[in-house]
Design a protein around this ligand. Structure first.
Ligand code: F6R
Length: 241
């Protein structure tokens, strides 16, 4: 695991943005794994700006998002589908049929999970996966206790995760209780992984990723076992290292 310490969130977003663009420009058919949440917002702004400056094209790029809530319409302002369209896809000229998110409204969610895995395989696996870090160590929506051998599956969201995400909803009651997420094994099959960590609130979690025991009780600890992981973290997040 390589740790890249940066001064602040702006620098974090730029560093990861440069890495994404380098990958997109180098590969014939790049497959990106994307995350939602607060942490990658700066990355997406950076990519939009670079696209507008004609530094990069996304016409040939395929994307797979980590996760989606169960039970929200695609158009719901809290769905990850909506988030990705608003914050990235509609601004960068990427063909809609090349952007995949799990369908949290599928009639048969288990079948959807199996199909999502197939689509990733058919695309040739993920070249570069972007991850954020949950306070409880979750990656994607793989909560503590999720087997390291998990593939895309339906999860019951932790109360702490629902509370952390309630800031985007009118009230805690509106936060879905389930989600569909890539599994830990699915994430670990990515060629390269970049974990983004920003802010003092994540310092304890980052310390466990870097120095903690590898345990299913802290899912992100598995990243210690991947041979191509870069953690980009700002000074505040590195406070306990
Ligand atoms: C989002 C995701 C989550 C977030 C994590 C951190 O697609 O998979 O694991 O990356 O909850 O969220 P933020 O960035 O909002 O702190």
């Amino acid at each position: 695991m390589e740790l890249m310490k940066v001064r602040n969130y702006g620098e974090l977003s730029e560093r990861v943005g440069e890495m994404v663009i380098e990958k997109v420009n180098a590969l014939e058919k790049p497959v990106l794994g994307l995350a939602t949440g607060s942490t990658p917002e700066g990355l997406y702004e950076y990519l939009i700006n670079q696209y507008k400056a004609e530094k990069v094209s996304f016409e040939h790029v395929v994307t797979f998002n980590l996760d989606e809530y169960v039970g929200l319409e695609k158009e719901d302002i809290n769905s990850y589908n909506y988030y990705m369209n608003e914050k990235l896809f509609k601004h960068i000229g990427i063909p809609a049929h090349q952007t995949y998110l799990p369908n949290g409204n599928a009639l048969d969610l288990n079948e959807e999970a199996i199909n999502y895995e197939k689509r990733i395989k058919q695309a040739g696996n993920i070249d570069l996966q972007i991850l954020g870090l949950g306070l409880n160590g979750h990656i994607g929506f793989n909560e503590p206790g999720t087997p390291f051998t998990s593939r895309t599956h339906i999860v019951q969201l932790d109360e702490s995760t629902r509370q952390a995400n309630a800031r985007f909803f009118i009230s805690l009651d509106e936060v879905p209780t389930q989600a569909i997420t890539m599994g830990i094994e699915t994430i670990m099959e990515s060629e390269q992984i970049v974990l983004l960590v920003s802010g003092e609130g994540k310092a304890g979690a980052l310390k466990r990723v870097v120095n903690g025991e590898v345990s299913e009780e802290f899912p992100a600890s598995i990243l210690q076992k991947h041979n191509n992981v870069i953690i980009i973290a700002d000074e505040a997040a590195c406070k306990l290292l």
